[in-house]
Structures are given as structure tokens and as C-alpha cells.
Ligand binder design. Structure first.
Ligand SMILES: Nc1ncnc2c1ncn2[C@@H]1O[C@H](COP(=O)(O)OP(=O)(O)O)[C@@H](O)[C@H]1O
Ligand SMILES: [Mg+2]
Length: 354
């Protein structure tokens, strides 16, 4: 009798162990099954994870900063920002842009930039690779965007951006901003969207930079109150009045950027024969005027009029009253549609698009 119980005990233990082993095996297998949907999207996710692990934001020594920039040599200087000079360099094999910030009064901006950018990753956002903090100065190390800022291309360089290049830049930056607004941890409002903060990588892929002014809004909260930040000309008039930060303010600034992308005109016109405000000028032309007059003359009319009108209308709606503004998701969709129309009709123009 005891023998039978003993045998039964052993058998049931073995059976239980087999069941547990099978269960563990099945769980592992199910983890290995790739997610449903586009395999290309899956591969993007995997490579992004790798990039994240490889490129986590690091504390960098001052010695490394000086070595990377040839002691902040003038030949490495690439730009002057509001907060300080920017140098290019090579650090740990990466091509980087290093912002040198003299910290008096900038400490807060510095820290906000470090913490917010380092966790948020997207192909259309500039990566913050590291930082270096000293007593009276600090350095922010970003991925280098070899083609500089959109501002230089619109207003500084003799080389003209084609219509398709402009649209692709608009789509890229809109995707970056949409990502920020729908960030899983809460809506991130950029608060300083302008052509100087849209950087261009090797292939002219747009990347948003400067999250120093960004604010995280908790899910379920419609706005946070704050002192007015941003750059003159791009700040939503409503936000200027009530100091309420929300994503609609970025949509307004993005609308202003779109108007500049398609017109090649600066925000504040020095031409006294033209009205100073770009959005008012666009609005008056779209109300029965000849909208092609608004297009950048340097494009020589080489663009799809249908797509141009679509983008112009979209830009005007972005700068309208807050309630009438689209979401960045809608902006992305409209711009993608304009790109589709333009790509289809690009063979009509004589120019070649890259
Ligand atoms: N990551 C980068 N890659 C390439 N160029 C950059 C980068 N960051 C900044 N720059 C250059 O340095 C200039 C100044 O940048 P920044 O300090 O951000 O100016 P601002 O304070 O006006 O936003 C930019 O206009 C751009 O030309
Ligand atoms: Mg900037």
C-alpha cells in the first residue's frame, strides 16, 4: 500500500514538473513570435531599441569635450545660438554637435533639456547623446545634423530647396511633433518650433531640436500654466495672453513654419510694400487672390499647384483660432497627401527631385 502511494506521489510530481516545463517553453515561444503587421515596422522598432541601448545619454568629461572639438577650435564652430556657441566634433566615433553654454541663468534650461530629450527618441527628433556639467559652463552633446538648420536653407544659402524637398522636410518635422504631442508619458509641448530648430541630417531628413522649453502635460490635463517662452513671431497669440501651455500653441508655430517653407519669406518682412505678418498675407491671398503669388519665386513655379494650395490652406488653418486648428495627426496626414500628389506629378516639371 505504502509502495503504491509512493509511486503515485512520484508520478504526480513528474507530471506536474512536465506541465510546468511545457508551460515555460510555450511562454518563451510566444515571446519569440513577431508582432502582427508590417515586418518593416517591426524591424524599425528593433533597430530603435538597439540605438537606444547603444546611445543612452551619458555624462561626458570636459577632457573628452575638448578632445572632440580640438579645444573648441574656430574651425569646429558651426553656429551661434541664443544660449551659446555650437561646435562640431567626433566623440567615441560619433559625429556630434556640441553646444557650449555659459551657465549663468541657463542652468534650468540646461537641465530640462538634458532630462527631457534623453528619454524621448524618434527618427525626427535630434538625439541628445550626452552632457558635461562644470561650475560655470556646461556642454550638451547632440547627434550632428550635417545639413545644418532649415533656417539656413530657406534664408541663407544660394542653393534652392525643391518643392519635394520642402514637403519632405515638412512631413518629417510634423511627424516629430506629432510624436511629442502623443508621447505615452504625457503630451510634450515643444514651445519653440521655428526653422532654426528644424535640423537637417545627411539625406535632408528633418529633426526637431531644442527641447529646453518643452513642457510635459500629464494625461488628462488640458494645459499647464507657465511664463511665456518661445521665439518672437512664432508664439501663439492666445498663449501670449493666458500663458496656458498646450499642443495647439505648437500647431500655431508649425503653421508659421509651413508658411515660410512654401513662401521662402521671413516672418518679419523688410519689404514695406508687403504686409508684415505672413499669416495675414497668406489669408488675404487665399480669399480670392492668386495663391501662386505666395510661392517662393526661387522655385520657378516647379511645383504642383494642387499640393501647394493644400499646404497653404493647412498652414492657414494651423494659425487660425485655437478651436479651429487641426491636430498634428491631421497635419501629418494632409502633408503626406500633398507629398503623394506632388510625387505623382513631379514628372511634369523639368527639374529632378531627390
Ligand atoms: N545637432 C546639430 N547639428 C548641426 N548643427 C547644429 C546642431 N545644433 C545646432 N546646430 C547649429 O547651430 C546653430 C545654433 O543652434 P542653437 O544653439 O540651437 O540655436 P538657437 O538657440 O537659436 O535655437 C543652429 O542654427 C545650427 O546651425
Ligand atoms: Mg536651436
Amino acid at each position: 500500500m505504502i509502495g503504491i502511494f509512493f509511486l503515485l506521489g512520484i508520478t504526480s510530481t513528474v507530471v506536474i514538473m512536465i506541465i510546468i516545463a511545457l508551460w515555460i517553453l510555450l511562454k518563451r515561444k510566444s515571446k519569440e513570435i513577431p508582432p502582427k503587421g508590417d515586418p518593416a515596422i517591426h524591424s524599425i522598432c528593433v533597430s530603435e531599441e538597439l540605438i537606444l541601448a547603444e546611445n543612452a545619454c551619458k555624462k561626458i568629461s570636459i577632457k573628452e569635450i575638448y578632445a572632440a572639438t580640438n579645444n573648441l577650435h574656430v574651425h569646429n564652430f558651426i553656429g551661434q545660438g541664443i544660449s551659446g556657441k555650437v561646435y562640431k566634433g567626433i566623440l567615441n566615433g560619433w559625429h556630434v554637435a556640441i553646444k557650449h553654454i555659459i551657465k549663468e541663468g541657463q542652468a534650468e534650461t540646461f537641465l530640462r533639456e538634458v532630462t527631457s530629450l534623453s528619454h524621448v527618441r524618434h527618427p525626427n527628433l535630434v538625439i541628445l547623446r550626452g552632457y558635461c556639467e562644470k561650475e560655470h559652463e556646461c556642454f550638451l552633446v547632440y547627434e550632428l545634423c550635417s545639413n545644418g538648420s532649415l533656417s539656413e536653407w530657406l534664408f541663407g544659402k544660394p542653393i534652392v530647396l525643391s518643392w519635394l524637398q520642402r514637403l519632405k522636410i515638412a512631413v518629417g518635422s510634423a511627424r516629430g511633433l506629432h510624436f511629442l504631442h502623443t508621447y505615452e508619458g504625457g503630451c510634450i509641448v515643444h514651445r519653440d518650433i521655428k526653422p532654426a530648430n528644424i535640423l537637417l541630417a545627411d539625406n535632408f531628413e528633418a529633426k526637431l531640436s531644442d527641447f529646453g522649453l518643452s513642457k510635459l502635460i500629464d494625461l488628462g490635463v488640458s494645459h499647464v500654466s507657465s511664463e511665456v517662452r518661445g521665439t518672437f513671431g512664432y508664439v501663439d497669440p492666445e498663449y501670449r495672453r493666458n500663458h496656458h501651455v498646450n499642443s495647439a500653441g505648437d500647431v500655431y508655430s508649425f503653421g508659421m513654419v509651413l508658411l515660410q517653407i512654401i513662401s521662402g519669406k521671413r516672418m518679419i518682412s523688410l519689404d514695406m510694400t508687403m504686409p508684415a505678418s505672413l499669416d495675414k498675407m497668406a489669408l488675404s491671398l487665399s480669399n480670392g487672390g492668386n495663391t501662386s503669388e505666395f510661392a517662393d519665386p526661387r522655385m520657378n513655379g516647379e511645383f504642383s499647384m494642387e499640393a501647394f494650395d493644400l499646404v497653404l490652406k493647412l498652414a492657414i488653418s494651423c494659425t487660425a483660432h485655437k478651436r479651429l486648428r487641426p491636430s498634428m495627426e491631421q497635419v501629418v496626414k494632409k502633408l503626406e497627401r500633398a507629398l503623394e500628389i506632388s510625387a505623382r506629378s513631379s514628372d511634369i516639371y523639368s527639374v529632378s527631385f531627390s
